[in-house]
Structures are given as C-alpha cells and as structure tokens.
Design a protein around this ligand. Structure first.
Ligand code: ADE
Ligand code: ZN
Length: 337
C-alpha cells in the first residue's frame, strides 16, 4: 500500500460502532488497577499476560477477557479504562463511537450497575467536551447467561435509561442462538431502545436470520458468515443492514486463518453496508486504524473502498439525520482532496 493511502486511512473521519469497552483494557492498565484495588492476578507480569493472548477460538479469548475485567471495581476504574480508549480513538480520528459494555460481568462480582455506567458515561462526556467527539453506550446481555438474568439486568438499567441508547447480545455465540433472548429484546423494543446483536461471527448464518426476524435488530455485529447463504446475503444488501466487521478480531479468533483470507472485500462486492471496527483492541493487536491498515495491506482495497467504509460507518450509526449529514459531508470533502 502506498504511503498516501495509509495516511488517508489514518486521517479520514470515521465512526467506530463495534468495540467492547472492557476489551480496551491494556495489560499495563490491568496491572495498575490490580495493584490499586488489591486484586490478585493469575499472571506474574504484563509480559506474561500478553503472552497468554494466543487464542484458538472465541471462548479461549472470553475466558481471559473476563479475568482481565475482574480488576474493575470503582467508578474511577471504569472512567480510566474508558478515557484511555477515547484518547486512543481520538488519535485515530474517530469522530463518533458507540461502545458496548457488559454490566453482568461486573454486577456478578458485586459491583453496582451505577458504578459501571457512571464511570464510563463520565468519560464519554469528557470526550465530547475536550475532543468534540460524539458517542453513546450500548448495553450488552451475555448470551451464555439466561434470559431471566438479562431481564434482571434490564431492570437494574432502567434508572440509567438516559445514559445508553440500545442493547446488544455478546459472549459465547455457539449454542446460544438469538431467539433465546426473544422476550427481553421485545421488551427493549417497547422501551424504544436500539437493538443490535453479535451473529455470524462463529455461529451459523441462521443466527443472523433469527437476529433479524426474531430480535428485530437494526445492525448485525460481525455477520461475516452471511456469505455462506446467498439468499441471506441478498437480503442484507437489499435492506442495507449494516454489518460491523472486526477484521483483526476475526483473525485472532481464527474465524479466518490470516488477514489475506478475510472476506471484507467480498462483503463489499456483495453490496453490503460493511463497517470496520476494533472489537477488543487491547486483545486483538490494534485499534480501529490498525484494522483498516492491515486489511488494506492484505487485500486489493483502494481509495474508493476507504471512502465507502468511512461513509458506511456514519450511515450505520445511531445518530440523528442532521448529525449524519454533517459527518457524511465531512467524509466526502476529505475524499475530494
Ligand atoms: N465480547 C467481547 N468481544 C466479543 C466478541 N468478539 N464476540 C462475542 N462476545 C464478545
Ligand atoms: Zn464484539
């Protein structure tokens, strides 16, 4: 890739729509928070922890990801984690970010819901003030837990309804189909929340279909396995259902063997509204710009693809039409240069 395209990828205005804030916890911060909170870690050093980031599949990652999150106890911990990500995203010219958080990972350990969301939300407000970055929170239900537990979490979230815009579904995909959460998503829909779900990451295309038909989600997180089903792919393209794709995550979790095998270009060529995102940047080897650069280095992607991906990121965002128009104009002006 030539230097001009690399610079363009880095400098282009973009939105990030698929990242788990707990997945931005860098090993150094895990160790600092463990020390601050007196939490014992199973790894003797930052290097030893980083060496453990050799994943074989989604579950092997999730086990380490949940262990890493165990150092988060106080509101300030959630603030510090989120602020570190927002500074990093700002450096990558992220203008708008929609961050997932996993309350059940913390409330299960006795951390109050308010502690979690207040710390994250305060950092987001500071980013708006200091960087002019917009953003929002999406609360994820852990799909390896029961729908009843998701309902209990939804109940706890309601006093904080003004601090998040939607709900999602994450954690272990295989064996936990979207329809397991049909009733809680129906309730969230009544509440006027935006709806998204991880589907077709490791799980089959059928999970993408039930996420759409049973949960009525507006975006699919990952969705890369849709190409195994031509009718589904056509439907996603026709209905402009955004797919929030996370290339480095897919390679690290062995959905694809190597970057050059990723189907990002095939998804674009199928007419899908694809976006590029970092998922869990501290665990998968890079933030959003690293995802762009690695894909453009590994696949025959060009300036026109960069333009389309930047446009898609704002088109797929949960922002009002006026805000969207402003960002899209900014993208188009950037690509006229
Ligand atoms: N939680 C954090 N990252 C995830 C991913 N890539 N898939 C499912 N759940 C997750
Ligand atoms: Zn994810």
């Amino acid at each position: 890739m030539d230097a001009a395209l690399r610079t363009r990828l880095q400098q282009m205005p973009k939105a990030e729509l698929h990242m788990h804030i707990e997945g931005s916890l860098e090993p150094e911060l895990i160790f600092a928070l463990a020390k601050r909170n007196g939490v014992a870690l199973a790894y003797p050093s930052v290097d030893a922890l980083r060496r453990a980031y050799a994943f074989t599949d989604l579950q092997s990652f999730l086990d380490i990801y949940y262990a890493g999150a165990s150092v988060l106890l106080k509101e300030q911990d959630f603030y510090d984690m989120t602020w570190a990500y927002l500074q990093r995203a700002h450096a990558d010219n992220v203008r708008h970010t929609e961050m997932f958080f996993d309350p059940q990972t913390h409330t299960e350990r006795g951390v109050p819901f308010a502690t979690v969301i207040d710390g994250i939300y305060r950092a987001l407000q500071d980013a708006r003030q200091q960087f002019g970055m917009t953003g929002a929170l999406i609360m994820c239900f852990l799909r390896h837990l029961s729908e009843e537990e998701a309902f209990a979490t939804l109940e706890q979230s309601l006093p904080h309804r003004d601090k998040f815009i939607g709900v999602g579904l994450d954690s272990s995909e295989r064996g936990h189909p979207p329809e397991k959460f049909a009733r809680v998503f129906a309730r969230c829909r009544e509440l006027g929340l935006h709806l998204v779900a991880h589907a077709g990451e490791e799980g089959p295309p059928e999970y993408i279909r039930t996420a759409l038909d049973v949960l009525h989600v507006e975006r699919i997180d990952h969705g890369v396995r849709c190409l195994e089903d031509a009718a589904l792919t056509e439907r996603l393209a026709r209905d402009k259902v955004p797919l929030t794709v996370c290339p480095l995550s897919n390679v690290k979790l062995r959905v694809f063997d190597k970057a050059a095998d990723h189907n990002l270009l095939k998804l674009l060529d199928a007419g899908l509204t694809v976006t590029v995102n970092s998922d869990d940047p501290a665990y998968f080897g890079g933030y959003v710009n690293d995802n762009f650069v690695q894909m453009f280095e590994s696949l025959p992607l060009e300036k026109s693809h960069a333009h389309r991906l930047a446009r898609n990121s704002f088109a797929a965002a949960f922002i009002d039409e006026a805000g969207k128009r402003k960002y899209l104009e900014e993208v188009d002006a950037f690509f006229e240069r």
